[in-house]
Design a protein around this ligand. Structure first.
Ligand code: PMP
Length: 418
């Protein structure tokens, strides 16, 4: 019965017209090898919506100037737009803008932590804890630091299903561990790691946490404040933004205590030959002229994703992933690497008797772009005892029809190879 005094229910979130969203991405209309492109390599780099492409174009056509130095109109327009990205990222990630250092991507962000936080602090006897499923960008910088400080690297193992063995991870958080590097989402397995719980346990033991968010931000809402980590690294090009963009979020007390990583313009208050007074964070860590146009594009990308709503993106991709997993399950001899219950839309696989590169090459002839190789995760390949896998990675702009086209191409290619 309708009660006139009953509060009206909250309005249902507007349904997204995913076909219209797809039409925002000009590249997706092209053909490859005479076939409509089926782009399944978004974990490698995402495609860009028109708004992002136009923002970059507009910057060079109308506003091009360097940031921070010039007082003329173009200089302030460039600075305003560049700083608007920091603000947009801060809103999107629920952090303060002055805790975000804009970088060329995750690789730079993690190296910044390695050289600026870890290198001056670690010493022989200390340990850095990493997980088996880290990307090389969250392994090699720590090896370089370990070599120079005498610290050692410890590894937390995974289960065959491709999830972190949490008991083993917590047991590995021994007193000598100073820092933990953990990926939010695996770029190979798609596994979504419970970073909130992991960071809470690490914090209880005084371990500083570095979360690699490269593969999380394209797929789901991320609230960095709620995660409770010390550092969170992200890359722009996987989240609809231009290449060479990204950021490091860090707790203010860390940024305040960290010496600069690179020296040069922009990061100083006063330079004398006797000594230099450095700028305050985050500018202290942004030496030289940055990728201004790229970062302005990233700001637009973030607004684009925020307007779509990351919950809706996650729900859309969950549907696509379920479809893809089911269809691939019908292919004889196909093995999926990574079957975690909490999984982003990334599927690594091999077909018995076929090389990953051969599969990817033949799929390309069918217009299907998948990645083959080690995915910058050698230790993970070593765990599974394979040199490479094929990886189909989805974004919200993919369609069910593309999944069907991909699976039909797989069936054809499999026959050719076996
Ligand atoms: N970490 C993960 C999990 C990644 O997938 C990638 C990109 N392949 C990176 C780090 C490195 O990102 P970038 O090259 O943009 O710095």
């Amino acid at each position: 019965m309708n009660r006139p005094d009953a509060p009206s229910p909250p309005p249902a979130p507007a349904a997204v017209d995913w076909a219209a969203v797809r039409a925002d991405f000009p590249l997706l209309t092209r053909e490859v090898n005479g076939k409509p492109l089926v782009y399944l390599d978004s974990a490698n780099t995402g495609q860009k919506p028109r708004a992002v492409i136009e923002a970059v174009d507009d910057f060079y056509r109308r506003h091009n100037a360097n940031v921070s130095r010039a007082v003329h109109t173009l200089g302030s327009e460039a600075t305003e737009r560049y700083e608007a990205t920091r603000a947009a990222l801060a809103r999107h990630l629920n952090v303060r803008a002055d805790e975000l250092v804009l970088t060329s991507g995750t690789t730079f962000a993690i190296n910044l932590v390695a050289y600026s936080w870890a290198l001056p602090r670690l010493k022989p006897g200390d340990a850095i804890l990493l997980t088996r499923m880290e990307h090389h960008a969250n392994i090699v910088p720590w090896q370089l630091v370990a070599e120079r400080t005498g610290a050692t690297i410890k590894v937390a193992e995974i289960t065959p299903q491709g999830t972190l063995d949490l008991d083993a991870l917590f047991a590995a958080m021994t007193p000598e561990v100073r820092l933990l590097g953990v990926t939010h989402v695996s770029n190979v397995l798609g596994t979504i790691n419970p970073v909130r719980e992991i960071c809470r346990e690490a914090r209880r033991r005084g371990i500083v946490t570095v979360v690699d968010g490269s593969q999380a931000l394209p797929h789901m809402p991320v609230d960095i404040a709620a995660i409770g980590c010390d550092f969170y690294a992200l890359t722009g090009h996987k989240m609809c933004g231009p290449t060479g963009t990204g950021a490091l979020w860090a707790r203010r007390e860390h940024l305040a205590a960290m010496p600069p990583f690179l020296g040069g313009g922009e990061m100083i208050k006063e330079v004398r030959f006797e000594g230099t007074v450095f700028n305050d964070p985050p500018h202290r860590f942004e030496a030289g002229t940055p990728n201004i146009a790229g970062h302005i594009g990233l700001g637009v990308a973030v607004e684009y994703l925020a307007a779509l709503g990351m919950e809706r993106v996650a729900a859309r991709e969950a549907e696509l992933l379920a479809h893809l997993t089911e269809e691939l399950g019908r292919i004889e001899g196909l093995r999926i690497f990574g079957t975690a219950p909490e999984k982003a839309a990334v599927v690594s696989f091999l077909v018995e008797g076929a090389h990953a590169h051969d599969l990817a090459t033949l799929l390309d002839l069918e217009g299907v772009a998948v990645r083959s190789g080690h995915h910058c995760a050698h230790p993970l390949m070593q765990f599974y005892g394979v040199p490479a896998t094929c990886r189909a990675s989805l974004a919200f702009y993919n369609t069910h029809a593309e999944i069907e086209a991909f699976v039909a191409a797989m069936q054809k290619v499999r026959k050719l190879l076996l």
